[in-house]
Write a protein that binds this ligand. Structure first.
Ligand code: CO
Length: 501
């Protein structure tokens, strides 16, 4: 008798995470459209196309309407499930939004074409995911509950099983292990996937970044342990800070019980297209190659180069190693949060501040204060009592669900921007990125001139240039997204784009 087939599904991230990780989220819809017909024939489990930083980058840097992008992708990908990444109660932003905004956002995401929503929270705090899971189900979409993977004295297999069981109880249709910094070893992946399959009983999907160089080995062992779906990117936008290559994983499983059934020739056409696109970008060296030091500092791939660039701007390159060494200490002080948006930015910027000022927590960002107040949720471990005392004085952290403190905002926002509204979705732009959205609306109405795509658009300083040479000398010289921004350190604006996840 033939061995039982255990076909592995492939979620290709080329249209979201891969270019977020390698091209600073700058890929445009016009660069995607020509290959969609072929991608739609491949037979992927799903295509990750939206969420994360794409929402912000579309408006802020590319003068594109992210909702329109989604509608066009949907129109051109009739046979393939479309997937998005959602930061739980943070949606695609950097702070919590009230439940009315969350419900409307999910309703519109599904109505415009999303089939699967991957829902995570940086602290694995279920209270920040429950409403999103509920709304996703209510809209008839697939709710993927996510565990943000990290390594710490408080995170072990039992912890992840417990969180996954709770996610199942909340209604999750599947579980994603989200290894945003590429930390999971092949043998840990084997054990975790095996136990999740055995003890939770939902389909399991593994999402790794290639940063430490272990991701494709982790996928292989995860396959042996029964993983259902793995996340990969076309060969031209794979590895480094991105995912393992779709082509390689498909080839590795060919002719085995894990055979994905995907056609390498079609995949090769997909990769060739993105090869051509990526030649127009200057990919920063820091996001390519592998670095096992990430196992210690755990910063998601894309953020390392930002730290380096930011320090270079301050003529403080010699402090880079000190900042990297400070990151695990700040993370420990905060009770070992997994580092993913927004905790990665919060920890990263505080580490820079601690090193640059020469005194730990002399300068404390608003985000750190809010974190200590419990406004991002419950930290996984114990927060440093000294730090709590220094920052909060006698104030007591909240213990309830953070979003319960927030009043509904939709109705008021609609009034605020009445003059600009062309679609209901505009209110959501405005609520999530108020300044970026109003500028975008003004450009759309012709009140402001269109964005010059070859110039710095964020108002921040240019770092890690990702240059799109397409279009000759007028082609856009793109400013990388992922600086730990000085505004963030000063704590007055967290509305910046950082690829972390
Ligand atoms: Co990712």
């Amino acid at each position: 008798m033939a061995a039982e087939q255990r076909k592995i599904g492939i979620t290709d991230t080329s249209l979201r995470d891969a270019h977020q990780s390698l091209l600073a989220t700058r890929m445009r819809l016009t660069e995607m459209l020509p290959i969609l017909e072929i991608m739609d024939q491949v037979g992927y489990h799903s295509l990750e196309v939206w969420g994360g930083a794409t929402f912000d980058a579309c408006m802020r840097f590319l003068d594109e309407d992210p909702w329109d992008r989604l509608r066009q992708l949907r129109k051109n990908l009739k046979n393939t499930k479309l997937q998005m990444l959602l930061r739980g109660q943070n949606l695609v932003g950097y702070r919590h939004y009230p439940d009315d905004v969350l419900a409307e956002f999910i309703k519109k995401a599904v109505a415009n074409g999303i089939d699967i929503i991957r829902i995570f929270d940086a602290l694995n705090d279920l209270r920040n995911m429950e409403k999103a899971i509920y709304c996703t189900k209510a809209e008839g979409a697939h709710a993927q509950g996510t565990i943000s993977y990290t390594i710490s004295p408080f995170h072990n297999i039992d912890y992840f099983i417990r969180v996954s069981r709770d996610l199942k109880d909340l209604g999750a249709d599947s579980i994603c292990i989200k290894d945003m910094a590429g930390l999971i070893s092949p043998f840990d992946a084997f054990e975790l996937v095996g136990k999740l399959k055995e003890q939770v009983g939902l389909p399991v999907q593994l999402h790794c970044h290639y940063t430490s160089g272990m991701a494709s080995m982790a996928y292989l062992k995860a396959a042996e342990a029964g993983v259902d779906v793995i996340d990969t990117a076309n060969a031209a936008l794979a590895m480094g800070a991105s995912q393992p290559a779709t082509d390689s994983m498909v080839a590795a499983f060919q002719g085995t019980i894990y055979d994905t059934g995907l056609d390498l020739e079609l995949l090769s056409k997909v990769s060739a297209h993105f090869q051509e696109i990526s030649c127009g970008y200057e990919i920063p060296r820091e996001v390519m190659g592998v670095d096992t030091n990430v196992l210690n500092y755990q910063i998601p791939g894309g953020m390392i180069s930002n730290l380096a660039s930011q320090l270079a701007e301050q003529n403080a390159t010699h402090l880079f190693k000190d900042v990297l060494a400070e990151v695990p200490r700040v993370r420990a002080d905060l009770g070992y949060p997994p580092l993913v948006t927004p905790s990665s930015q919060i920890v990263g910027s505080q580490s820079v501040a601690n090193v640059l000022t020469g005194e730990r927590y002399k300068l404390v960002s608003t985000e750190i204060k809010n974190y200590l107040r419990g406004q991002y949720g419950k930290p996984p471990g114990e927060v440093s009592p000294d730090l709590l005392k220094q920052v909060l004085k006698d104030e007591k952290p909240i213990t309830g669900r953070p979003a319960d403190q927030l009043k509904p905002q939709l109705a008021e926002a609609r009034k605020d921007i009445e003059e600009y509204i062309e679609q209901d979705e505009d209110i959501l732009y405005y609520l999530i990125f108020p300044n970026v959205a109003v500028d975008f609306f003004k450009r759309r109405k012709g009140i402001l001139p269109p964005l010059k795509l070859n110039s710095s658009c964020s108002g921040g300083k240019a770092v890690n240039k990702v240059a799109n040479k397409e279009g000759g000398q007028n082609g856009p010289l793109l400013e990388a997204l992922y600086a730990v921004d000085e505004n963030l350190i000063l704590g007055d604006d967290i509305n910046k784009v950082y690829p972390a996840g």
